[in-house]
Design a protein around this ligand. Structure first.
Ligand code: ATP
Ligand code: MG
Length: 417
């Protein structure tokens, strides 16, 4: 019979790698704690409608990447393809805004998208991200970009580029959309089918195009910056001067739209040169219209999501490895009484917080020493009938080769000193 394999685009995180994941996750938890963000965990699947409304039916995510199915009650449900919509759903459902006027949340979670798997692009992948709900002011935009950027620096990423834009508020969007359509109309025949559809549904998405000849066309498209209201412009200027005062480098990119109707003002993306084709490591923006779209009262919000697999790929390129935590003690059993005594001793050592291991295969002394070396043990304890009679065990320092006898009762205090 064939052995079964995992689904294309999904990955096991094997023991050797899970240490890196734990270290990265711990880093994020500590980082977010420092910034005053609290963790939120939402279910793996939601009603499909949440994403149709909360991400937008014209996005790649909703139009072609979702894993959706009908459950037993014929409800259409979807494995979450992104985390913002579920977080907002939860925020509204539990009325978190009543507890504090500014709600600061973060997550470390998986997401599912039916995409063509390739390096840095998978069908189940992971993101960490934050959402700050309740403030329209540029100081929170500054904080969100600072968190996105400084957390990546803390994870060891280098040479990052922050691309930044402001797409203004909904007031200026109508005029811009018309100007953009006027510009694109003569090029309609040169556009892809997707872009032609977006011309009617959401023409701003076309600015985000990854199709090279379309990117060439939109280079000379009208620029949203020229349509911003004075309040939008003031917001953007304040954000930029905040970034400068924190020495956070950024490049303005007038075509960075990140496409949703309810996106407002700030949009940003962080690019790592270590990633090749899938160079975007983080995407974020302000979504002042989203909470209302999902049935809440108008509430400003802003957030970002960073792809964890892409962070790990960039770490690989920078030669960053997680330090393995070596076994401190390996207990060697010379005979049956020695093994019985070691089973008690190892339990005491472990309960005292000392990383210890022993042989469970009844192997020869030589093989047990080999195993101790493989685990990088600092000390071995040797225990057998003779030791038990003498009321001691042998302790050998594997670095110096020194060996001495010690009473089991003194072992823990000896090791912890
Ligand atoms: P891309 O342009 O690469 O498709 P995106 O705009 O779809 O990215 P977002 O939805 O903004 O990405 O998600 C934020 C981050 O999540 C991305 O910058 C990336 O690091 C990561 N990400 C997105 N899709 C995938 C995927 N299929 N596999 C792995 N990581 C992903
Ligand atoms: Mg994508």
């Amino acid at each position: 019979m064939n052995t079964l394999r995992s689904i294309k685009g999904t990955h096991d995180i094997l023991p050797e790698q899970s240490r890196r994941w734990q270290s990265l996750e711990q880093n994020i938890h500590n980082f977010m704690e420092r910034y005053g963000y609290a963790e939120i965990r939402t279910p793996a699947f939601e009603r499909t409608e949440l994403f149709a409304r909360g991400v937008g039916s014209e996005t790649d995510i909703v139009s072609k990447e979702m894993y959706s199915f009908r459950d037993m009650s014929d409800t259409s449900v979807t494995l979450k393809p992104e985390l913002t919509a579920p977080v907002i759903r939860s925020y509204l459902q539990h009325n978190l805004g009543r507890i504090t006027p500014l709600t600061k949340l973060y997550y470390i979670d998986h997401a599912f998208r039916q995409e063509r798997p390739q390096k840095g692009r998978y069908r189940q992948f992971h993101q960490y991200g934050v959402e700050a709900l309740g403030s329209p002011h540029p100081e929170i935009d500054l904080e969100i970009i600072a968190i996105a950027y400084f957390s990546l620096l803390e994870l060891g990423l280098e040479n990052l580029t922050i691309k930044l834009n402001s797409i203004g508020s909904s007031e200026c969007r109508t005029a811009f959309r018309e100007a953009l359509k006027d510009f694109l109309r003569p090029h309609l025949n040169d556009l892809s089918e997707t872009s032609r559809r977006r011309f009617d549904t959401n023409p701003m998405r076309i600015l985000d195009t990854k199709v090279p000849h379309e990117a060439e066309i939109v280079k000379s498209a009208p620029i949203i910056a020229e349509y911003l209201t004075s309040a939008d412009r003031a917001h953007y200027e304040e954000l930029k001067s905040g970034l400068k005062s924190l020495s956070i480098p950024f490049e303005e990119d007038s075509n960075l739209v990140r496409g949703l109707d309810y996106y407002t003002r700030t949009t940003f993306e962080i690019i790592s040169p270590a990633l090749g084709a899938q160079s975007s490591v983080c995407g974020g923006g302000r979504y002042d219209g989203l909470i209302e779209t999902l049935g809440g009262k108008p509430t400003p919000g802003i957030g970002f999501a960073t792809g964890i697999e892409r962070v790990l790929l960039a770490q690989d390129a920078a030669g960053i490895i997680a330090n393995p935590q070596n076994t401190k003690i390996y207990l060697i059993s010379l005979d049956d009484p020695g093994r019985a005594a070691n089973l008690v001793l190892i339990s005491q050592l472990r309960n005292a917080g000392i990383k210890s291991d022993m042989d469970y295969l009844r192997r020869s002394m030589k093989a047990q020493f080999r195993e101790a070396n493989r685990l990088g043990a600092e000390f071995v304890i040797i225990n057998g009938n003779t030791e038990i009679k003498a009321g001691t065990v042998q302790i050998k320092d594997l670095n110096t080769g020194e060996q001495s006898a010690i009473a089991p009762a003194d072992l823990i205090s000896h090791l912890l000193k």
